[in-house]
Design a protein around this ligand. Sequence first.
Ligand code: SF4
Length: 209
Amino acid sequence: MKKTKEISEELDKMFPQPKCELDYNNVYELLVAVILSAQCTDKRVNLVTKNLFKEYNSPEKMLTLSQPELESKIYSCGFYHNKAKNILSMSKDLLDKFHGQVPNNLDDLQKLAGVGRKTANVVYSEAFKGDAIAVDTHVLRVSNRLGLATTQNPYKCEIELMKLFDKSSWGKLHLQLVHFGRYKCKAIKPDCNNCPFTKFCDYYAKHNS
Ligand code: SF4
């Protein structure tokens, strides 16, 4: 599809080597960071994990913390009660069911307590170089504005994107769409004047007619 190809080419020009912006040193840390990143900026998560991971960088070590102790360490990420509960349950699942190792496939990742499809996709793609498109708030917004998806349901959006783009590009595409949404096509006041996609964009058409 011509439009899809053009969008890929432009994204490649804008973000030739997109990188995950969460800091981590091992797959377990990545999984914890992704759980913390729900409704929170990567920058904030990195500030919190910089201290947290100094001591608590494995499921065994994390489980030495009580829930209130972990909550106090991750408080500034928001939703700290649920996030602490999920991190501790996920750590226990890793030890009980996976010998303390983060599984390297989507099915097992989603069996971990507190790990939904988006989190599993991010870890699968980032840590294991698996083919996956994680749909977060940025990917959902940008995909709809560009007419790549016509749904507010993240799972349906993922399926629509997977149909449009070559499997080998999914991991990179996810990161490119996240970066494009985070830095250019922001929720409020997107940078339309410097965007190569105006001719495809429903948002632009609506706000410039
Ligand atoms: S034209 Fe504006 S709203 Fe549309 S994709 Fe570009 S930055 Fe986003």
